[in-house]
Design a protein around this ligand. Sequence first.
Ligand code: HEM
Ligand SMILES: [Mn+2]
Length: 465
Amino acid sequence: MSVDLSTTLSWTTATGDAATMLGELQPNILKAHVRDHLSALFLAFGDAAEARTFLVSLTGKMKSAKAHLDEVGAFKAEGAAGTPYVGAGLTAAGYRVLGVENFPQDEAFLRGMAAAETRRKLNDPPHSTFDPGYRGEIHAVVLVGDATDKAMTARRNEILGLLPDSVTVLAEETGLGRVNARGEGIEHFGYVDGRSQPLFLTEDVDAEKNNTDGINVWNPAAPLSQVLVPDTAAPDPGVHFGSYFVFRKLEQNVRRFKQAEADLADTLGLTGDDRERAGAMLIGRFEDGTPLTTQREDGAESPVSNNFTYDSDRAALKCPFQAHIRKTNPRGSGGAEEPADERLHLMARRGVTYGERPDDPNADVPPAARPSGGVGLLFMAFNSVLGNQFEFTQAIWADNPGFPIVEGVTPGLDPVIGQGTRGPSDYTVDWGGSAQRTADPVPQSVTLRGGDYFFMPSLAFLRSL
Ligand code: HEM
Ligand SMILES: [Mn+2]
């Protein structure tokens, strides 16, 4: 039976084409792979034949999604350590240099992130301001990830050893995952990140249902069609699949963001512990992950809740319309589309933080003690249609002051990732209260330093080169 893309996949019971698909799919697409230590290598090919030979040899260092899922199972059962993740993706320019013609043809993928049209659409900064390694034409990315620096670095060095002289490393990013005092992954502004994800595996949906706060209010299940596309250049696109991969190096000016939190708390007259609510109004969750729409204060962190919508917060008296997570997933309340269509914009986020800093992101210290550069997020996400997922989220939601669509209200840009001219936004003074106050625009503290769109093909395609 052909692979059913219209629903989630039960990988433990998969047979036939679905099992073959998992055996040729790259890991980290359907389910996140451990990558607290990550190297992202951006490559340019100088010679088609040598680049092909390199990619074939790289498959000897890669494992399948099936092998990854088996490793996760073995880890749970007997604590057995897994092997490193090695992922490989090609840009449209990379496919062309290799001389591959029938590669996947997503419209945004074909134009690439550096194209003037992409820049206009997303309000991205000029290409000339990117870090030097991202200013030229990128052909491929190789991701190496693992739980320890040692294992990751060893595999990275093996891969560098495979590179012929005609393949140039244009840039390398080193991801370093961070956790809070409870061991939850956080980003550099100090907030729990990576919690809300579309889930493509039936087993993961069941685990969410039975072992967390449940799925009866917000069901994270998503069909395979939202992340997988047939790998048209592979030997058998009926069983060989891949996914479009977005990479964006987003630098975070933590000092500026923490100052903005303090300024907002001052504007609203928040005092004591309630000052934490200012930052929560920018993100939509408190630092510990507690959703602001469900609770006036933090503390609902175990497990970090995700079983919520904005249905009992229609006027945004608890969580502002413009909060980062409300802009990027309105959970049925966006006002522009039917909830089922709105869900189609969600993507599988696989980011990792980068950069080191001396201060504890969650400590109560003045903004001056925060880094103003050198740290950020290696934003990574898998999509089946870039224009309807990543690009839609950035351009039509985050950058659009009029979203969500609410009569008489202009929510403003996403205070975290919005690109474009920022205006003032409204906030409720007391959680759930009726008094609103308008606050000055939140200054932009996230800056794009480079990136591109890639396709992460099937292992069968890479071996066939
Ligand atoms: C430095 C940049 C960014 C920071 C600091 C950041 C921070 C966060 C945090 C703290 C969360 C809450 C954790 C969770 O619900 O899983 C979150 C969720 C999310 N972010 Fe971001 N993010 C960044 C960039 C982006 C970008 C570029 C996009 C897409 C264009 C994006 C889309 C989302 C989505 C879709 C969610 C989940 C919302 C939900 O389902 O409720 N983020 N982000
Ligand atoms: Mn704080």
